[in-house]
Design a protein around this ligand. Structure first.
Ligand SMILES: [Zn+2]
Length: 208
């Protein structure tokens, strides 16, 4: 059986299970969405928002390589705009992860076969250059990847705080920076800046 075929079979079983347990579930699901959270994560197959046991309807999602936030990325900004303005989410979570391939790539020479990826991770290369001293002191390449993934989350949180969409949001939005420790299967908080007048200063403090 091909993997897509297996996905369709699994979907049948999943929808039957839910229908048997709660016959009104899909009618409720179809009527509206009121997620409380926007999740900005990495496209990595090992880090779906499902690691929080979230159910359909609970999390609005944007994922890209290395969970990047850029104000010239129409995909990101349209998702953010809809989440903040239309859905009025209360929380935006930037979730990076250890063992991130996008971050690893930023610590290695560019690969000619991946020009789009190279362009996307340019900001992580610059971040790496900013933190060369700290990263060099770490004992292994893996440790540098994991620390740079954390610094990358903090940088994306800072980028979010600077975006007009967040600054002018009618409803206060709390921005969270999380890292998924893959070896432990645990999510950890890197920063939890409340939406306050001095939020940029608070983020800079979290950046160290
Ligand atoms: Zn990743």
């Amino acid at each position: 059986m091909t993997y897509p075929k297996r996905m369709l079979v699994e979907n049948l079983a999943w929808s039957d299970e839910i229908n048997n347990r709660d016959p009104a579930y899909f009618r409720r699901l179809a009527s509206n969405q009121q997620p409380n959270v926007l999740w900005i994560g990495c496209s990595d197959s090992r880090v779906p928002e499902a690691i929080t046991r979230a159910m359909p309807g609970e999390i609005f999602v944007h994922r890209n390589i290395a969970n990047l936030v850029a104000d010239n990325d129409d995909n990101l900004t349209s998702v953010l705009e809809y989440a903040v303005t239309a859905l009025q989410v209360e929380h935006v979570i930037v979730c990076g992860h250890h063992c991130c391939g996008g971050v690893q790539a930023a610590l290695r020479p560019p690969v000619p076969e991946l020009p789009n990826v190279n362009r996307r991770i340019g900001g992580i290369r610059r971040l790496c250059a900013l933190h060369t001293t700290e990263l060099r002191e770490l004992p292994s390449f893996e440790a540098r990847v994991d620390r740079l993934a954390e610094l990358n989350v903090l940088a994306q949180v800072q980028a979010l705080h600077a975006m007009p969409l967040i600054q002018s949001a009618r409803r206060p939005v709390q921005i969270h920076g999380w890292i998924f420790s893959m070896l432990e299967g645990r999510l950890k908080t890197l920063t939890d800046t409340p939406w306050t007048a001095n939020r940029n200063a608070a983020t800079e403090a979290a950046m160290g």
